[in-house]
Design a protein. Structure first.
Length: 467
């Protein structure tokens, strides 16, 4: 239960729900409207990929609100509490109309759109799950208030500043070169940090300054914050200077431990022996690095990196205006999940989250409202990933060689809202009607999704993926 805050962001029609109409439009509904309470389900259309592999992901065509509510109702209660990481890259409320999104909602509609989908997502999160909301300047400050309202202010972990471009926009008052990624964990940052993964040490930081036969090593200060009486003693460095801990700090360990480390050649004195002691750490002793909240191009890539990748994959299709690079998603998924965990993106876009999750051995669900985007980007991109035909992005970094399978599902329309889709035409548009692809689904008018419980099946997750 989110902690109640004494601050509240108010907006027009906040007490109404914002429901999707068609591929782009929205309408306000009273919560008592039968359409707001109408049950929704998922309907499996086809399975694509390697025939002998168990599907490890699914593309869901439909609005995120309906899809998330349908996932909470998957058979046998598998849905609730099964999602480890959610990455959300919603349409930025910038007033621009992109080729893929009608990105011109009013502030009130945008806030309701986000709030309703976060509320629907909440029951799906695992106890140690996290939500990563990616935004620009237009709504990020208001979105923080919505996140506080849904998850509670104590769930806030960090706001990451990601440098999305390295070029200068000379036409603007300021060149906007960064985005924001708000990270929330319902368990709270202290509990969540024990389950998140640290970043690997850069091998370039390992050096062998003293020709140690054990090989290269990193080093860390042999001091600790605070005063501890048994960790205050004199240390004599090789230059003959008698050292005491710096003001407000203690030595890292007690004197007997220091003497043992010194005898094991685990203590190093910089400045030719005239500096303070430092602890030598060999590769097998490195725990990794706590992530900074500022990510530059070397850590997270740029929009231009992502555009080049998409243009290589789809040279004849107009690329997204602000696609996210696989390098950025690889970093997020590494920190917030482990192999076999379930990753969800309910604004799937070009399929970056799904592609990276698949390459990294995670299960995944990607929801996308635009059938055109699914046909032009998501299905062909994920198919190339399974075939091992995508050499860009993080393919080399994570050692991806192809494999696996995924399903395509749609949100089953409720009574009176039937909008039949010509899926054969969609698959032809995706250039996927090839002999090595598996196409199934049976009676599409009546079939119900069967992959969702599989995706939430943690015990058998390792069987569903081929690296």
């Amino acid at each position: 239960m989110a902690q109640k805050s004494d601050l509240e962001l108010r907006w027009t029609n906040k007490d109404l729900e914002l429901h999707a109409v068609g591929d782009r439009a929205y309408e306000w509904l009273s919560r008592s409207d039968e359409r707001a309470a109408a049950p929704v389900s998922l309907r499996e259309i086809t399975t694509l990929g390697h025939e002998d592999d168990r599907p490890s992901g699914t593309i869901v065509v439909g609005d995120a609100l309906h899809a998330l509510r349908a996932l909470t109702r998957v058979p046998e209660g598998h849905g609730a509490g099964g999602v480890r990481l959610v990455y959300i890259d919603p349409p930025y409320n910038t007033g621009q109309a992109f080729a893929q999104y009608a990105d011109s909602l009013t502030h009130s509609a945008w806030l309701s759109m986000l709030r309703d989908r976060l509320v629907a997502l909440k029951p799906l999160l695992s106890p140690l799950g996290s939500v990563w909301l990616h935004l620009d300047d237009a709504e990020q400050h208001r979105a923080r208030c919505v996140l506080d309202e849904v998850f509670g202010p104590d769930a806030f972990v960090a706001t990451i500043i990601w440098q999305k471009r390295t070029t200068r926009e000379s036409r603007s008052a300021f060149s906007s070169n960064h985005d924001y990624i708000h990270v929330y964990a319902p368990a709270g940052p202290q509990k969540w940090k024990h389950s998140r993964n640290l970043l690997p040490k850069d091998p370039a930081e390992l050096r062998n300054r003293d020709n140690d036969p054990r090989g290269p090593w990193a080093d860390a200060p042999f001091t600790a914050p605070g005063f501890r009486a048994n960790q205050h003693y004199a240390i004599v460095n090789p230059a003959g200077e008698v050292l005491q801990p710096p003001r407000g700090r203690s030595w890292y360990a007690t004197q007997p431990v220091y003497e043992r480390l010194r005898s094991e050649n685990r203590i190093w004195f910089p400045r030719n022996g005239a500096g303070l002691p430092r602890l030598k750490l060999f590769p097998d002793q490195l725990k990794g690095l706590v992530p900074f909240s500022l990510w530059g191009p070397d850590e997270g890539g740029t929009n231009d990196d992502a555009k080049r990748h998409l243009m290589a994959l789809f040279p004849d299709v107009e690329a997204f205006a602000t696609p996210k690079p696989e390098q950025l998603l690889e970093r997020i998924i590494h920190i917030g999940s482990d192999p076999g965990d379930l990753v969800v993106d309910f604004f799937g876009g070009s399929g970056t989250t799904a592609a990276v999750a698949h390459k990294m051995g995670r299960r995944w669900i990607a929801v996308e409202r635009s059938l055109e985007t699914v046909a032009n980007f998501m299905i062909p991109r994920l198919t190339r990933v399974t075939r091992g035909e995508d050499s860009g992005g993080v393919t080399e970094t994570v050692g991806w060689r192809g494999g696996g399978a995924f399903t395509v599902s749609e949100v089953a329309p409720t009574a009176g809202e039937e909008r039949p889709l010509d899926w054969d035409e969609v698959l032809r548009a995706s250039e996927l009607q090839s002999s090595d692809q598996r196409v199934s689904g049976g009676n599409r008018a009546n079939s119900r999704v069967t992959v969702a419980p599989t995706l939430f099946d943690i015990e058998n997750a390792s069987e569903s993926h081929v690296a």
